[in-house]
Every structure is written in C-alpha cells, then in structure tokens.
Design a protein around this ligand. Structure first.
Ligand code: GLY
Length: 355
C-alpha cells in the first residue's frame, strides 16, 4: 500500500507502509524536547522491532511497557506512568507515542492529556478496532473498578500513523472484534459502504485493506460534526447499550470472555431487533444485518441469570440518564435514530422473544 493522508481539522492521519519512517519525517518539523513510547508486552514483541528499525527517533525514545489487557486502564497504572514521566523529567514539550490497541490509546491519551495539564500525544494503532475507531476522535479514559471509561477527557491526538501490515499479527478474534465496529460504521452512516463490505467472507488484510480508508473517514466525519457526543456521535453507540451489558457480564462470568467487538456484535443484533419492535426498521433490513453478523459471530446465550442482572448491568452504562435506558436504533441501513429510550420491561420482553 502506498502512503496516503486523511486530513482532519486538527491533525493528520497517515496510512503508510512504514509508520516509523513517516513518524521521523513528521517529527523533524516539530520541536519536542523528548519522546516517550507507551506499549504493552505483545506490541513490544510483534510491532516494536519493525518500528524501531524504521525510526531513528524511536530508537532514542524512552520506552514504557505495561502488561496487556483491559485491567491496565486503571488509576494505579496511570499513576505509575505519571511517576515514570516525572522521573525521566518529561516537560510540557515532551511527546507520548501510544503504540497498540484501544487500551493503549485510551490510557496513553489520558495520561498525556493530564500530565502537566497536557502534553502532545500520537497514536500508532495496531489492531483493526483501534485503526478504524478507538485511535480516532480523542476519547481518552481509564476505568473505575468495573465502570468502563468512567474517568477521562476528550483530547485529540496530534497525529495518527497507521501501518496496515501490523494487522497481520492479529489473532482471529481480534479481527472479529474490529470487524464488528467496521460493520457498525456502515450500518449507522453509509449504506453504500455496507453494500461494499457486506459480502466479505474472510477477514484478512487482502480483503479489508481496500475498505479501511472509508471506515476511518466515517469515524472522522462523525467526530468532526459532533466531537463531544451530543448528537450525531451517539450513532456510534449502536449496539453498545446491550453490548456493554453483555461485555461486563461475560467478563465477570466466562473464562473465555467476549472481546469488546464480539459483545457489540451481539448488542447490534438486539438493537436491530428492538428497532423493528419500535416500528423504526423494516424486517428486510433487520434480516440483512442479522445474516451478515451471523456469518461471523457465534450467538451468545443471554441466560436467565443475565436477564435477572440486566438492570444493574444497564445502570452502569454512561448512556443511562434520568429518562431511562438510552439506545441508538436504526431506521434503515445507513440511518440512525439516536436517543431512543426503552423501559427495562420492553428490553427484557424483546430479549425473551428473540431467544
Ligand atoms: N468509539 C465510539 C466513539 O469514539 O464515539
């Protein structure tokens, strides 16, 4: 793939065969006093050698490595990172480069945005989910116990560098997790894009690479219109109200728990069925969404235990407000209806019917 750039109003997104070389070119025009790199142990093994090999600046950078996993989006880890930056005398003109998936860009963005009232940060996303979604749009956060993204800020990165060859290191379930969000971008915003990707059968670089640019543009366009998620950005929450409940339940109860996108895929199945029940979506579009999702995702059984705990699981969600449980529904593929409120009874009845 040759280099290409997607411009956002505030920063560039480079899609490049060598993120290291591109980063060096970009940083030559900047004046940072020091460069810090944040990654987890998996990225250290799979992506860091190539990046370091291609970048003189990264060879000299201070490297901060954390364990892999969602548990790292935690105040204790943020504290250690603030302390390490302080030990290494990072000043306000220092730069943090986050290399990895959504956990790293959320955590690293949060640490950068708060250290000395904010230093610049760059994302080098390495998972499909981070490339098309998490790294774009300035949502930074840590979790508070089991409350996901409870503490955070909207602060955009200064640049994003995407080297698609890193996707080749992804395990199959990580492909699936990102794929769910890519399908979601199409379902909520762009029927033409849906038609382009809906017949894809195998998730690999060859099949997905031609579609990454549009998936990124959709996220960028939505964020440009509504950075603080007051209206249109809520479209990206399609599948996330029940998806987050399913994800939390699975994390607590399953040894082999669902990844974020896998839970969102289940959430989208239900959100789509609820859209029909609300009289918004045609059965035809619902069936089309169902068939595409079912081609990839194993159904996750919503047990009686899940249903009995649904209220408390939904109460944890940031989308809950005084009016009730807030859903994003669809009125057609490519068109969303945000701020749709449902009662617990309506949700449970629909889940039981669906089962
Ligand atoms: N991942 C959804 C958003 O950035 O709004």
């Amino acid at each position: 793939m040759s280099s290409t750039t997607i411009e956002t109003p505030n920063y560039p997104i480079f899609i490049t065969p060598s993120a290291g070389e591109e980063l060096d070119r970009y940083l030559q025009q900047k004046n940072y006093t020091s460069v810090f790199v944040l990654m987890d142990e998996n990225i250290m093994e799979h992506c860091w050698p190539a990046l370091q090999n291609d970048s003189e600046i990264l060879k000299e950078a201070e490297v901060l490595v954390i364990d892999a996993g969602e548990e790292q989006k935690d105040l204790e880890v943020a504290l250690q990172l603030w302390e390490t930056l302080t030990e290494y005398e990072a000043d306000r003109k220092s730069l943090l480069v986050n290399i990895g998936g959504g956990v790293i860009s959320d955590l690293g963005g949060f640490v950068a945005a708060t250290y000395k009232r904010g230093i610049d940060y760059i994302n080098i996303p390495t998972s499909l989910l981070a490339i098309i979604d998490a790294s774009i749009g300035g949502k930074t956060a840590i979790n508070l116990k089991n409350l996901k993204n409870q503490v955070g800020l909207f602060v955009e990165p200064n640049a994003i560098f995407i080297q698609t060859s890193f996707l080749q290191t992804l395990p199959p379930r990580q492909w699936l997790s990102g794929w769910a969000e890519m399908l979601k971008h199409a379902i909520v915003y762009d029927k033409g894009f849906w038609n382009e990707i809906k017949n894809i059968k195998d998730l690999n670089l060859e099949n997905l690479e031609p579609h990454l640019r549009r998936a990124i543009e959709i996220k960028k366009e939505i964020v440009e219109i509504d950075f603080k998620e007051e209206n249109l950005r809520k479209a990206l929450n399609f599948g996330h109200t029940l998806g987050h409940a399913i994800e939390s339940y699975s994390l607590e109860n399953d040894r082999d728990f669902l990844l974020h996108g896998e839970a969102v895929a289940m959430g989208m199945l239900y959100a789509s069925a609820l859209s029909v029940k609300k009289g918004l979506l045609s059965q035809e579009d619902n069936l089309e969404i169902y068939e595409v999702l079912m081609r990839f995702f194993k159904p996750y059984k919503l047990s009686d235990d899940f249903i009995s705990r649904l209220e408390s699981l939904l109460n944890q969600d940031k989308k809950k407000d005084a009016t009730g449980f807030n859903f994003t529904f669809v009125s057609a593929i490519g068109q969303t209806e945000i701020d749709q409120y449902c009662t617990l009874e309506f949700i449970i009845e629909s889940i039981r019917l669906f089962k």
